[in-house]
Design a protein around this ligand. Sequence first.
Ligand SMILES: Nc1ncnc2c1ncn2[C@@H]1O[C@H](COP(=O)(O)OP(=O)(O)OP(=O)(O)O)[C@@H](O)[C@H]1O
Length: 269
Amino acid sequence: MLIEVKDLVKDYRVGILKNRCVRAVDCVSFSLQVGETLGLVGESGCGKSTLARLILMLIKPTFGRVCFEGQDLTDLSQAELLKLRREMQIVFQQPQQSLHPRMKLAESLAEPLRLYKLVKSKAAEKERVRHLLHEVGLSEEHLERYPHELSGGQAQRVALARVLALKPKFIVADEPTSMLDVAVQAQILSLIKKLQQEHKIGMLFISHDLEVIRGISDRVAVMQGGKLVEMGSKEQIFREPQHPYTKFLTGTVFELPTRLKRDNLRLVH
Ligand SMILES: Nc1ncnc2c1ncn2[C@@H]1O[C@H](COP(=O)(O)OP(=O)(O)OP(=O)(O)O)[C@@H](O)[C@H]1O
């Protein structure tokens, strides 16, 4: 098992006096196999990003545990977590977030290699950067460019190359294509899928978009109000949704509950 999440809870303290509590993630449990893609879908504010950040231990859970290859991450010190972080990466919605605005791409790609001492010489570093560029479908002419000189799709390719440089075993893709044009979106999705399959990376893929989830996932988890209300193979979820919320999401129920009509839900059906 690559990832095991058990009874995960996250309460945020809110209000001026921090005396009110929002339960963003409510008793979530699931597991993920090596090389598997779990699609996580749900309305805005249901807790998807919080769950992703908890799994990566970017924030501490209130209760529950997260195991990576059998090791409980909630017990680890910051230094121990830092070592594991190379193997657990995130791809953000806005690739610019992970690229330094004043670093040329050559430096941006070399940085993770140096940080984790993954190459032994300058020549090996150059070779690895070139290989990474080709893997994500960019050419060497891009190496001298700054992030603002790239299109959204190119910037997401660079962000993917930086993640790949670290040879991760697990990645969270948090709406990685939602800011891109539809045509570019399809190219980046198939690139993510190809890289994930070639490198046998386990992936939690977060999206509002059911068509995207259908295309990329092996299994699908549906989240509502901080809870996982349904989980199953892609075929089960899309053909025979069980939970009323999932039935609504997959379009088998056309009568929208009033509360859902109000929510900022981006549906493709
Ligand atoms: N740092 C925080 N402090 C207080 N409340 C927070 C914080 N981060 C998130 N929340 C609340 O927790 C709930 C879940 O938020 P989260 O960002 O995880 O949802 P989401 O499903 O990822 O939404 P979206 O799809 O819009 O990004 C929301 O009610 C949000 O307002």
